[in-house]
Design a protein around this ligand. Structure first.
Ligand code: ADP
Ligand code: ZN
Length: 724
């Protein structure tokens, strides 16, 4: 047989099929090792065939890898091909997405241990009465069945091997799969669906469209709907993929899933060791586990016969990949849903504007859940006008309303969450007296302060502005560039409430395995009164004693220099507010802002998603931002400035030609420094485009693939979440 092999080298030059001779054990999807350019390199078998265009005597032989079955199934092979074509990246890069990194590195072997089983009942064994260890081991085996030898030897030294010699016991090596969730099961009850939930499940199943958008307010019981869909698939012998933002995989969530699906579920999260991830992956590939649960990379799970794919919190920015290939999880999920003829269910309380438009337009089926399960009203949101606080001489991070509410909350023995919208957000200039924010005259997005050049810049057109020293609107002098960090907030809070126990959760405190689980667990067990954190506390956690949520700086995301800042702000406020008053106590939310009359905030306070959407979509239409256009950034990065500039020149040259030939399809086109000129010693340049018509997109990808060199990365980002 002849195998068509893709060598596992991420380079454009080697991105083609090579023919090798192979044996019968080799199948499509098998991993092999092949002689290549004087070395032996790993590769993947894409297809088998009888003959090659190359004379047989010239073909080299591929060595099979000792996998129990091909690492990649046929669906994964097909999907990798589609992704490679869509994102114009080497096939090897796409194939890698489907494998656990450990498998490629070859580091982790399957863990095998010796297991003993009885061959003869104890009553029929002829054992001396003094052979205590043999008797002990035999008794144990009779009572408990097959047992790991190391464990038995600890209890009854030498017993098993003596029994084995006599032929009473057989010992065999078996692969044991690490079980990272051992002991995590809680007695979480399966709920009987409410009528609304049942109706939603039926609508999802009966509708003919592939994509189903479940728009349900926080606490409307979306999770239970997902779990029901998964359970029904399982009953029919079908598998499912359930994607969640990493941050939602809380201990509560894990134990709930474990209780519900046991070993049928493979749960992938960042806290697992490499070996544990490998085992979970293998359990799916071998068919033992039929449910994949995890963050975006779980969309590549090696499951077959999918019955449903679910994307929870579909608006979450973690669903787009920031490394090559920069795939969009939705696109991959959609391809898999189509391939399997199954439904793709998107769920959110605050769908992305783009997604919602497609639902409103009828492309996706829209299902609404307007009521919370417990019939409780959503917590009331009070706006605190920080301009007034400043005028009254309060320059602290806490408004008087928030201080009052905090005092009340703590004295009643309840818990509070204070949310600081800082991490990863660039600095903008804001007037603390009137709420003025510097904006780009051409693009109507907020400007970002750049310390190195001491100027303000628009990230969408590159325009530079002088930094004002007095507020252009009110003439005030209290211009602020930076928010306060979580550490400062905690220190200030401690002064205000000396006896309160305060926990901090941000990127600094959550490093390491289970970093944020520990903090959330401590807070959930009421070992602290106040939790201060960044957006990572906004999602998914259920703390029944939290009655107060404070959003300290709602403006920070509102004026983030991104066309989606309104959308992000609405999502964040809704989500954060959902943390308050989940159980018996009525919840309260205090939202601090310098622009209380802002439309987005007004809709958020009223929990009016529809109103927000109508407002936002008309804004986007007027300014021609997505979904009415597509923002495309070509990012050119490299360590050698000269080579990087050369690659930029090359790609710019072909893109410019594309632009002049198709000017009517472009709303904007220019090359410039990336907003951050150097990251990790790499020089960064970009060509920024806004396309009115995406028919030129494949040519953009082609131009980038052609300009890529060994030393310079040229990548394409579509509607990037982060323009830095
Ligand atoms: P969402 O994901 O829409 O925010 P959840 O799925 O977290 O909502 O559900 C909110 C709460 O309601 C959870 O505590 C959940 O256990 C509970 N719940 C969900 N469905 C039911 C039901 N059918 N009966 C009783 N309680 C339910
Ligand atoms: Zn601009």
């Amino acid at each position: 047989m002849i195998a068509e092999v893709i060598v596992d080298i991420a380079s454009g030059e080697t991105d083609r099929i090579y023919d090798y001779l192979c044996g019968d054990e080799t199948q499509a999807g098998s991993r092999v090792r092949v002689p290549f350019g004087g070395k032996v390199v790993p590769g993947f078998v894409m297809r088998l065939k009888e003959t090659s265009d190359c004379p047989t005597e010239k073909l080299k032989r591929a060595f099979p890898c000792p996998d129990e079955r091909p690492a990649l199934n046929t669906e994964c092979l097909a999907l990798a091909g589609k992704l490679a074509a869509r994102y114009r990246v080497p096939m090897a890069l796409c194939l890698r997405l489907f494998l656990p990194s450990e498998m490629r590195a070859g580091k982790v072997r399957e863990l095998k241990k010796n297991y003993a089983s009885l061959l003869v009942p104890l009553s029929e064994m002829k054992l001396s009465r003094t052979a205590k260890n043999q008797i002990g081991a035999a008794e144990y085996l009779e009572k408990n069945g097959k047992t790991e030898c190391g464990f038995l030897n600890g209890l009854f030294p030498g017993g098993v091997s003596a029994l084995e010699k006599k032929g009473y016991v057989s010992v065999a090596k078996e692969q044991i799969l690490r079980d990272p969730y051992k002991g995590m099961e809680s007695a979480s009850a399966e709920h009987v669906l409410t009528a609304d939930q049942r109706a939603a499940v039926e609508k999802i199943k009966s509708d003919g469209r592939t994509v189903q958008l479940l728009h349900g307010v926080t606490g409307s019981g979306k999770t239970e709907i997902y779990l029901t869909l998964i359970a029904e698939c399982l009953k029919e012998g079908k598998s499912s993929i359930f994607l969640v933002p990493e941050i939602s995989l809380t201990p509560q969530m894990l134990s709930q899933l474990r209780a519900r699906f046991g070993r049928n579920a493979a749960i992938m999260h960042s806290g697992l060791s490499a070996g544990e991830k490998f085992d979970e992956w293998w359990r799916m590939r071998s068919g033992e586990a039929k449910i994949a649960i995890g963050a975006r990379s779980a969309v590549f799970s090696p499951l077959e016969n999918l019955g449903v794919i679910i994307v929870d919190e579909e608006h979450d920015s973690s669903y787009s990949s920031e490394t090559a290939p920069r795939y969009n999880t939705f696109d991959v999920a959609y391809l898999r849903a189509k391939h399997n003829g199954c439904k793709l269910v998107l769920g959110s309380a605050t769908p992305a504007v783009d997604t919602y438009k497609r639902a409103v337009d009828g492309e996706f089926n829209l299902i609404r859940l307007d009521k919370r399960i417990n019939q409780k009203p959503l917590p009331e949101i009070t706006i605190a006008d920080m301009r007034r606080e400043v005028r009254r001489g309060n320059n602290s991070a806490f408004s008087s309303v928030l201080k009052d509410e905090l005092g009340k909350c703590l004295s009643e023995g309840n818990q509070a969450i204070l949310f600081l919208n800082r991490r990863g957000y660039s600095q903008t200039v804001i007037c603390k007296e009137c709420g003025y924010v510097a904006k780009c005259e051409a693009c109507d997005v907020s400007l970002t302060y750049h310390k190195d050049e001491d100027c303000l810049k628009c990230h969408y057109c590159g325009a530079k502005y002088r930094v004002p020293t007095v507020c252009p609107d009110c003439g005030g002098h209290k211009l602020s560039y930076a928010g306060t960090g979580t550490q400062r907030i905690v220190a200030d809070l401690q002064k205000l409430y000396p006896s309160a126990k305060i926990l901090r959760m941000d990127n600094d405190t959550t490093s390491g395995k289970e970093g944020h689980y520990k903090i959330l667990k401590a807070f959930g067990e009421k070992r602290a009164d106040i939790l201060v954190g960044t957006q990572m506390i906004a999602k998914g956690h259920d703390f029944p004693s939290v009655t107060l949520v404070g959003i300290l700086d709602a403006d920070m995301s509102l004026h983030f220099s991104d066309y989606r800042s309104g959308e992000r702000t609405f999502q964040l406020i809704t989500q954060v507010a959902g943390r308050s008053g989940r159980a018996e106590e009525k919840g309260r939310v205090v939202l601090q802002t310098f622009s209380p009359e802002n439309d987005v905030l007004r809709y958020a306070v009223a929990y009016d998603y529809e109103g927000f959407y109508r407002n936002e979509i008309s804004l986007r239409a007027a300014t021609m931002f997505p979904p009415f256009s597509k923002i495309v950034r070509v990012l050119v990065t490299g360590e050698d400035n000269k080579k990087t500039v050369e690659a930029l020149r090359n790609v710019y040259f072909s893109l410019e030609r594309l632009y002049t030939e198709n000017a009517e399809k472009f709303l904007f086109f220019n090359k410039m420094h990336a907003p951050i000129k150097r990251i990790q010693n790499k020089f960064r340049y970009q060509v920024l485009m806004r396309l009115a018509d995406t028919s030129v997109l494949p040519s953009v990808y082609d131009a980038c693939a052609a300009a890529r060199t060994r030393d310079v990365l040229v990548s394409v980002e579509e509607n990037p979440t982060n323009l830095s």
